[in-house]
Design a protein. Sequence first.
Length: 241
Amino acid sequence: MTRALPFSTMFNFRDLGGYAGLDGRTVRWRRLFRSDSLHRLNGADAEAFAALGVRTVVDLRRPKEVTRDGRVPELDGLSYRHIHPEHAEWRDSGYADGHDLARWLADRYLDLARDGSAGIGQALGVIADADAAPVVVHCVAGKDRTGVVCALTLSLLGVADEEIAADYALSTDASTRFTAWVRATFPDRAELPAPFLASPAEAMSIFLTGIRERFGSVPGYVKTAGVTGEQIDAMRAHLLA
């Protein structure tokens, strides 16, 4: 199976299958995908997307981002769930050159886990529903809000932190491709700050450690977010082979 799936209008679309999980089982391929925004999906990309058999899209963007850019096109058999985890605007969080980028990102993710727990719990509930699969989770860049939800999912499935952090870090190359596309398409647009583009593996490692320090475990955190033990069991039953 191929992890990164090539599209011309999305730059961070990939499969979360293939990782070693609980009890010697493996995360199933073609059941859970992560992506940057799907609003650009059209033409041949739309045909390739439809061929994956996706049944549910979970859009984690802010309402104003959905209004600004639009949502995934309506396709036959596709269910759309807009779930917005509340969180502060990053531009108000005071990043400056010279800051520890990994630590800064991890702190933003921990803020998101605290302030957006209800939305994160709802998103995990959709992922846990076998009838919703295959599922695509996305935000704008597909690395931060999407990265947190997917990291928590993989952790619940028993994937090692090192593998989760390495998967998260794959978004850096996707950001490079996206930046090149933006420069060619919108030459007058200002450059994005470093945190909007970088995905150092260390940031996700720090985040997962922080969750365990604050909540005891990842299952302990997600239960405070409204995810039940039955949902965790259901997630493992249909996403692990």
